[in-house]
Write a protein that binds this ligand. Structure first.
Ligand code: DX5
Ligand code: ZN
Length: 218
């Protein structure tokens, strides 16, 4: 099966954002991945709702919103107002994760839970039945263009196993240092959705790169 591809706008050219959104529209990308950073949960600040509203008005792809912020539940109505398909919240940012997942679903979006590199897959045992997707960070969140953490492959295998054992239908998404080489191994390990920033936008032919990522199959 071919993976779903979600280009991360974080690596786009912000001075010509509409060109990059159009490139994604014309590509075989499945979703568009938006990274929100608050300078508190992660040591960087990216963009917020005014920018995402502009992106939402241009994109033809479903929005995959990845919130690297504290108290993400405060923003459920605003993320919904963007027309988002998926709302990703971090396990590490939610004291009452089960409640937040239900609130996202009640708002009419698909809830996804993201885990940082040091957060074990086993901690998802009691939430795996309730989520649409788990996002495994394969770098420490905060920046694009970082080196892929090898242990992520083992985590994808463990997560695939947990999903099978529990009969969950959750998708597995991976984010950070994904390129054709790591992507191939991630898909083989069980990943369903690949997020890629640098690999796409630093390539001289981003559309072709998206097509090649899409061609990786299990
Ligand atoms: C990192 C973000 C990623 C980032 C990935 O904190 O969550 O989505 O854009 O960028 P690359 O693919 O360059 O590692
Ligand atoms: Zn992301």
């Amino acid at each position: 099966m071919a993976p779903l591809i979600a280009p991360s706008v974080l690596s786009a050219d912000f001075a010509h954002l509409s060109d990059d959104i159009r490139m994604i529209n014309h590509s075989v990308a499945d979703w568009i991945h938006l990274d929100v950073m608050d300078g508190v949960f992660v040591p960087n600040i990216s963009f917020g709702f005014p920018v995402m509203t502009s992106i939402a008005s241009l994109t033809e792809k479903p929005l995959d919103v990845h919130l690297m912020i504290v108290n993400p539940e405060k923003f459920i109505p605003q993320v919904k107002a963007l027309g988002a398909h998926v709302m990703n919240v971090h396990y590490e940012a939610c004291t009452h994760l089960h409640r937040v997942v239900q609130q996202i679903r009640d708002a009419g979006m698909e809830p996804a839970v993201t885990i940082n590199p040091a957060t074990p897959v086993s901690l998802l045992k009691d939430i795996i039945q309730d989520v649409y997707m788990v996002l495994v960070m394969s770098v420490n969140p905060g920046f694009g263009g970082q080196k892929f953490i090898e242990h992520s492959i083992t985590k994808i295998q463990e997560l695939r196993e947990l999903i099978e054992v529990t009969g969950s239908k959750a998708l597995i998404e991976v984010d950070g240092g994904v390129n054709l080489e790591t992507g191939k191994r991630l898909v083989a390990a069980g990943a369903d959705v690949l997020v890629a920033g640098n690999a796409i936008f630093a390539n001289e032919n981003p559309t072709q790169q998206i097509l090649e990522l899409k061609s990786l199959s299990r």
